[in-house]
Design a binder for this molecule. Sequence first.
Ligand code: FO1
Length: 338
Amino acid sequence: MNFVVFAGGVGGAKLADGMARSMDDASLTIIVNTADDFELYGLHISPDLDTVMYTLAGIANPETGWGIAGDTFHNFDMLARYGASPWFHIGDRDMATHLLRTQMLRDGATLAEATRILSERLGVTARILPMTNDRVRTVVDTEEGLYHFQEYFVKLHWQPEVRSLIYEGAGEAEPLPAALRAIETADTIVIAPSNLYLSIDPILAVPGMRDALLNASAPIIAVTPIIGGEAVKGPAAKLMRELGDEPSAAAVAQHYAEFLNGFVLDERDAELQPRIEAMGMGVLLADTLMRNADDRARLACEVVTFADRLRPEKMGGCKLNLSLPPQKQPVRSTDANR
Ligand code: FO1
């Protein structure tokens, strides 16, 4: 069984980790947003790639979701002592990742090659792919002016009101051929509960990615990042309001509707089920909060079992034995409707 997960940072990393934990013999490819990448002190930082890599390696900081568990920040303190006004906390161990990645890139490696080497050295068996090797950067157009994503997100704590988002360089970027092949040969494709505008849309903005989903033969399932009108983490709901969308799981389903076959809706939002089914996709009600490793594996397993229901022939590829609520409406099983 070949699984593909589209992911940003923490939410995507947790679900990918659940999939890796609950499926022994499956191959897992995670296509990761790199529009949050930036350069700081001459280092190439890839926050989402690292969050996915550290999570799958079992060394992620459980409190923040990003960075390394038990890391220290002596370099940050020293930068402050020099009067450098640091605002982005690079842990001392985390720093090693940025140093090596930057060196590999300067020596001519692609971002995909550097990611493969780093994740292999950390013992990660899943394949972590950047969406592209090219430079794509999210620029946030706010009432206060234009900001690079990390300035908006970390320095300004996502407070400025957003007018629009620009995925700079996306139009000219080439998708990673391995990512396109993975989508084409996947048995199941999952859009993780990541921020739709900041994590998933930049991936879809890379030419060829959206078409690859539209042409995929595997069922495509999105897991909601919104529960009860609020984001599980980060600014998704605030951005939905500011960009003129209704902050709800139904609006997320609508956002991806052209290529989705199934949507995993949180059980606290059960009243939205008929509305989402009316968009022509299957709905699975589940507890989508991933508080611990068991939750991740359980949710991943439910998603995989749900995908099995959405394809004509049964596949069956999960260790946990979960009983799912009955499907209320027959779901699409052909490509024609996507
Ligand atoms: N997020 C923060 O809110 N504050 C930080 O100081 C911070 C540092 C950081 C260092 C390395 C890394 O890989 C990620 C880091 N993040 C930090 C998270 C990150 O910037 C965002 O969560 C993602 O870009 C959004 O997915």
